[in-house]
Design a protein around this ligand. Structure first.
Ligand code: SF4
Length: 457
């Protein structure tokens, strides 16, 4: 069996499963957020009754992160609905925007978009927050009401996005009927060269198979090159499995996974035990791609979908209006550090927005010092508009007052993960997906630029 099949077999109480089988699996964690949480709660109450209790309050994780820093009252109200439900159900893992469990969330636009407006429990973008808060464990099943839930496959876990109806059912029963996906194999070899990042790996893979090339399939990443990828790198790759239509993306378990997961579970007092899955000699794959990391070059997914692969060096004639770094995919500490390496001592030529994925990342950037200055100060001096309000922000457009949202038909290079028309706001805007290094070089040049032209010494 493949890694995915092994997890699904275990979660369904069977010795063996194969692609195409329909199995009932037990969920280990159900995650929801402010956009889909109220809908999920509505389905749960409609189907199980107004006074029903969730199947296991310790296995539900609720993370408001999407439409948070906006004066839109309906969006603010969504966070209040989550808080009321959490109080009613006694759910311990709720990462509220405010500290007062009886309070109401109101974003104060008069304070501006840059200064932090959240309390001590707020966790930021769900997919980045889940591992930081100790909710991702190898061998487990994670369902989330968000398509990029697949990011947790970086931790040798079966993690997939589900709709509100399925999530309402899981909330009531802890179970879900799943068809076992076929598995596509991506064998990673070699080591990345300077200027190349994990984002280039996944943009390369999606370019190979197309933006629907993995529809309802598992994407398994393994091989000798994985050891050279950090946990953040693996998260970036697994995150975008869905951009090829993948049901999930999954990595092998190794010492790095163990160190990360053990540390985060200990730090947060979450369940410390887990049971990873390892590769079998008899795995059956429906597709094979070998990715030699040493041959990859800075890659861009052009408008209008993540499969429009080109090399950055081929696109220098495309002038840009904006650069954006942020999201679950591209707003991690390591993303910002690489971004800052390129921008240090220089000035961006176009509007450039920076949105860290989580408050922990804001803290990292504001405390990491390079010489006299923090990384945060270096970015601000380079002209990047950095907000402390960690969250999804303009990655998916959002209400019109969302920080960094494209409210006009602009061309933007972005470290985010999705670029279908209208994704970041205006329907006629164009989004080019790239690594933080390529976004940095392009922000400096004002046009799409291969970061190797600006490699820091
Ligand atoms: S940062 Fe973007 S991709 Fe990630 S969860 Fe938020 S909206 Fe989705």
């Amino acid at each position: 069996m493949t890694l995915t099949e092994k997890i699904l077999a275990r979660a369904s109480g069977r010795a063996q499963v194969q692609a195409g089988d329909n199995v009932w699996v037990n969920a280990d964690v159900l995650m929801t957020h402010d956009v889909c949480g109220p809908g999920t709660i509505g389905v749960f109450k409609r189907e199980f009754g107004n006074t029903a209790k969730v199947w296991d309050r310790n296995k539900i994780v609720i993370i408001p992160d999407h439409y948070i820093f906006t004066a839109d009252s309906k969006s603010n109200r969504n966070v209040d609905i989550l808080r009321e439900f959490v109080r009613e159900q006694g759910i311990p893992y709720f990462y509220d925007v405010i500290d007062d469990p009886e309070g109401k969330w109101v974003f104060d636009a008069s304070k501006g978009a840059l200064k932090k407006q959240y309390g001590s429990h707020y966790a930021g973008v769900c997919h980045t927050a889940l591992p930081q808060k100790g909710h991702t464990r190898p061998g487990e099943i994670l369902f989330g009401t968000d398509s990029h839930t697949c990011m947790a496959g970086a931790f040798n876990q079966f993690a997939t996005g589900i709709g509100n109806t399925d999530a309402g059912f899981v909330m009531g029963t802890g179970r879900l009927l799943l068809k076992v996906p076929e598995t596509m194999h991506f064998r990673i070899e070699g080591q990345m060269q300077p200027g190349v990042m994990a984002k280039d790996i996944i943009l390369h893979c999606i370019g190979e198979i197309g933006f629907d090339g993995a529809t309802y399939r598992a994407m398994q990443f393994d091989g000798p090159g994985v050891a050279s990828l950090t946990i953040d790198d693996r998260m970036t790759v697994a995150n975008m499995a869905i951009e090829a239509g993948g049901k999930n993306g999954i990595f092998e378990f190794d010492a790095q996974t163990k160190a990360f997961v053990d540390y985060r579970c200990r730090l947060n007092g979450t369940k410390p035990s887990y049971n990873p899955v390892e590769r079998d000699p008899n795995e059956k794959f429906v597709h094979e791609t070998v990715v030699d990391l040493s041959k990859l070059e800075p890659t861009v997914a052009c408008h209008p979908d993540p499969g429009q692969r080109k090399l950055a060096k081929e696109l220098g004639n495309i002038k840009l209006d904006r650069a954006y770094i942020g999201s679950c995919t591209g707003g991690k500490t390591s993303d910002f550090l690489e971004f800052a390496r390129f921008l240090r001592g220089k000035k961006v030529a176009i509007d450039t927005f920076g949105v860290p994925a989580t408050p922990e990342i804001v803290h990292d950037l504001q405390t990491a010092r390079w010489g006299e200055k923090t990384v945060w100060e270096i970015l601000v001096e380079a002209g990047v508009q950095m907000t402390e309000n960690a969250g999804c922000a303009a990655c998916l457009g959002g209400p019109v007052d969302t920080f960094g949202r494209m409210n006009a038909p602009l061309k933007c290079i972005s470290a985010t993960n999705r670029n279908f028309p209208g994704r970041m706001g205006h329907k006629e805007s164009q989004v080019f997906l790239a690594s933080p290094a390529t976004v940095a070089a392009s922000a400096l040049a004002g046009k799409i630029t291969d970061p190797r032209e600006y490699l820091p010494k």
